[in-house]
Design a protein around this ligand. Sequence first.
Ligand code: PLP
Length: 410
Amino acid sequence: MSFWKERAKMQALELKTKEKVKIRRVYMDYAATTPVALEVLEEMLPYFSERFGNASSIHSFGREARHALEDAREKIAKGINADASEVFFTSGGTESDNLAIKGVALASKKQGKRHIITSKIEHHAVLSPCESLEALGFDITYLPVDEYGLVRPEDLEAAIREDTCLVSIMHANNEIGTIEPIAELAAIAAEHGVLFHTDAVQSVGKIEVDVRKLGVDFLSISSHKIYGPKGIGALYVRKDALKKIEPIIHGGGHERGLRSGTENVAAAVGFGKAVELAVSELDAERERLTRLRDMLIRGVLEIEDARLNGHPTERLPNNANFCFARIDGEALVLRLDALGIAASTASACSSHDPERREISHVILAIGVPPELARGSLRLTLGRYTTEDDVKYVLEVLPDVITDLRRISAL
Ligand code: PLP
């Protein structure tokens, strides 16, 4: 059945079902985004109205905004064990990744260094800037990963060259949840005098992120993955690394010249509060989510021809990712949606444009055959996920899979 036909059928079914019963809604796509926590929203609200000042103005309105901005910076720095002077606000994870990669490339090409190492399973916010640099004459090495999605330290060591300026390997994968051995990888880069960036967009707030223990030079964070507002993030820049990165957005010299543009004070205040909350709840949430995740994994693996993607233990506490043989991931997500469950395929696809649907580069990189990779499902849990939610998914998923397999067999 074509994508559009399947979608139309699902929408009709959804309307009918909603008319009859009040449908249960279960959000299991926390890796895509999270709701703004009420505590966060409350802190932000005054900065849209009475405390609206421009943080660069020298009068009292401006000073009030500046004070809030610096307070947020402190909270974020504390959350990752950095100094406040090492935190630079950006518009989100994508911009932080672009700034780290293109900013280091711009600064390094002056010394004739034009080689960057990354991995095959990075988010497109890392892969795309690398590809854009390739078009400008940079050489990029894309490291393979093992069957669990882990980068092998010996592969990194072997790939480093005289002209390598940067290594960029993500802390935790957004699709399969695998946690990379960043401290070990960053130590190898440091031994060779090469700068190291990590995309920690998915790990902050879920596992410990300590820039000193990780030994990284640059680290990307995004607010909307941790119950903060969308459109704000930060790049951690280790003190000594600041002279090795150039801005990619030029203007009034905000953020100490590294990122111009009037600061989004309300969003920064929310982001700061979100980091503070995430860190204070981290231990308890990690335990609670790991228990729910494992319950979900155990239940789903009882379905015939289901496989777990990603590392069995070195994985984010909120991530479960599966492949189902003889299933189209998009059709599965649409069926679940009709039953009130928000999930995602692991594929980097655009739901608006079926022509652009592609199989996940991450699932392919861990060696899953394309036919099986097509049937992937990512379920990510969060602050508001309950045991009842997990039970509901486990109750409906087996029948949905059976039904889709029956249709595809026809
Ligand atoms: N990096 C990773 C690993 C992500 O999961 C995401 C978002 O999905 C991003 C970067 C992009 O972050 P943002 O949405 O804040 O631009």
